[in-house]
Design a protein around this ligand. Structure first.
Ligand code: TYD
Length: 141
């Protein structure tokens, strides 16, 4: 399964439901809508100092939806063969990241909040922490 889905062309930006309201909008993500996984964990990155980068790893099994809940940032995606950069800057769009994709998050705007919906609870065993290990892992698939 990994070899089929672990292609950056599958990592697309999805438009999420937005309920417009003059008093403030609402965006909803719930299991069964949009996502090829059920959400088991939510986390968010915030207070990110200017110039900092996050990510710099891949996951073996984890699916994620990455949303810019506030501000903007770039996500660099790399499937071991191809690379692309996705800019996230609106809270009603989410980037679907499949397992087996190297990702780096850069160019955070001041006050940016990166919201992540994930298919599994935290497991360090699911991480591939170095790019060399990632390429080795990909070549074994
Ligand atoms: P990590 O995913 O490596 O952050 P990033 O790639 O964005 O720089 O996580 C940073 C630290 O936080 C790491 O030591 C593990 C811990 N962590 C958890 O304990 N639970 C979690 O759900 C996440 C995402 C991280």
């Amino acid at each position: 399964m990994i070899s089929v889905v672990s292609d950056i062309y599958n990592c697309n930006v999805i438009e999420l439901v937005k309920i417009h309201n003059p008093a403030g909008n609402i965006t909803i993500v719930q299991n069964g809508d949009y996502l090829p996984f059920n959400v088991k964990r939510v986390y968010y990155l915030y207070d990110i100092p200017g110039g900092s980068g996050r990510g710099g790893h891949a996951h073996k099994e984890l699916y994620q939806l990455i949303v810019s809940a506030s501000g903007s940032f770039d996500v660099l995606l790399d499937d071991g063969y191809k690379k692309k950069v996705v800019n996230l800057n609106r809270p009603n769009y989410g980037l679907l990241v499949f397992p087996g994709i190297w990702r780096e998050l850069i160019n955070f705007s001041s006050g940016a909040i990166c919201l992540v919906l994930a298919s599994e609870k935290y497991s360090e065993k699911d991480y591939i922490r170095t790019y060399d290990d990632f390429l080795l892992w990909k070549s074994s698939k």
